[in-house]
Design a protein around this ligand. Structure first.
Ligand code: HXC
Ligand code: NAP
Length: 263
């Protein structure tokens, strides 16, 4: 259920790369609820069509691999052709798996860097001349690994650190006309990402104890942050990485439990 007023994004056109499942699909649904015309895109055409059906209305479900500049450009062009110039672009496609550096081939490392980092560059680079300017809002979906090194995540740490710098650089280069921001979700319940990174219940409990808010986040909480950044309420925000992580990035709250134990 949205917490924003109805029609906040009426007349806006949104494209969500990686919007066919999980967090990004949640964002796409929220933007549509608020009145935007929405296109979602992933590699799997059937999954994209199902996602568009879930969003409802005249949502478009498109197939493109963000590693392929021509393919993502074609999907963006189709969206602009059907709906008009784009107001909102979300670069959210990502791939991940747990593996130690020594268990990762060069191609395994490159695969995640190509999806997350090159894919973000491709999506944002390819949309620029299709944007409704001034006023367009671009958001990259990053992660805490950008700043906090994490074992078994060397590919995602490197890729998401790059994503944050893509956001900041484009905010400078495209400043007057286009806002470019990042959202850094904490662990979000019910997602493919956390299935992969936290595959058993013990790991979930342990990670929750370290989060100041003492719980994983909800997809809707990331969707609300995206809606805010796309709205006029964020008109002077660009180049920011918004942590929506229950305070995880601030520090480890596990020690507070020890301190309480000391009474
Ligand atoms: C080691 C692995 C591996 C694993 C794949 N590889 N899985 N290496 N351990 N578990 C290696 C392969 O052997 C191959 O290297 C290379 O990676 C490419 O594999 P492909 O299967 O050919 O790649 P591709 O088909 O492009 O698929 C990409 C993928 C896949 C990332 C590997 O898992 C995928 O499509 N993921 C999309 C969905 C996803 O990951 N969602 C979660 C996003 S969440 P070789 O050398 O053999 O050729 C997220 C969370 C962020 O990002 C942070 C949370 C806190
Ligand atoms: P998800 O459900 O697996 O979503 C990934 C999306 O990206 C899917 O739509 C997928 O569709 C698409 N995709 C993957 N590779 C692609 C490619 N090469 N080209 C085009 N599309 C591709 O993942 P999620 O867990 O919701 O994560 C979504 C975003 O949030 C990611 O950027 C992730 O890094 C970030 N994040 C997640 C968490 C979390 O707790 N889950 C935490 C921090 C950050 P196809 O498979 O059909 O291509």
């Amino acid at each position: 259920m949205t917490t924003f007023r109805d029609g906040l994004l009426a007349g806006k056109v949104a494209f969500v790369a990686g919007g066919t499942s999980g967090i990004n699909l949640g964002i796409a649904k929220r933007l549509a609820e608020l009145g935007a015309k929405v296109a979602v895109c992933g590699r799997d055409a059937e999954k994209a069509a199902r996602a568009a059906g879930e969003i409802g209305g005249d949502a478009l479900g498109l197939s493109a691999d963000v590693r392929d500049y021509g393919a993502i450009r074609a999907a963006l062009e189709q969206t602009a052709g059907d709906f008009g110039l784009l107001d909102i672009v979300i670069a959210g496609a990502a791939g991940n798996f747990l593996a130690p550096a020594l268990g990762m081939s060069a191609n395994a490392f490159k695969t995640v860097v190509d999806i997350d980092l090159l894919g973000t560059f491709n999506t944002l680079r390819a949309c620029h001349d299709l944007l409704n300017k001034p006023g367009a809002s671009l958001i990259a979906i990053t992660a805490g690994q950008a700043d906090q090194a994490m074992a078994l995540q060397i590919h995602a740490c490197a890729a998401k650190a790059g994503v944050n710098q893509v956001v900041r650089t484009l905010a400078i280069e495209w400043g007057p006309d286009v806002r470019v921001n990042g959202i850094s979700p904490g662990p979000i319940a019910g997602t493919e990402g956390m299935e992969r990174l936290s595959p058993n219940p013990g790991m979930k409990e342990a990670s929750e104890s370290r989060i100041p808010m003492k719980r994983w986040g909800e997809i809707g909480e990331i969707a609300d942050a995206a809606a805010f950044l796309c709205s006029p309420a964020a008109s002077y925000i660009t180049g920011a990485i918004l942590d929506v992580d229950g305070g995880s990035s601030v520090g480890d709250a596990g020690r507070m439990d020890l301190a309480r134990g000391l009474g």
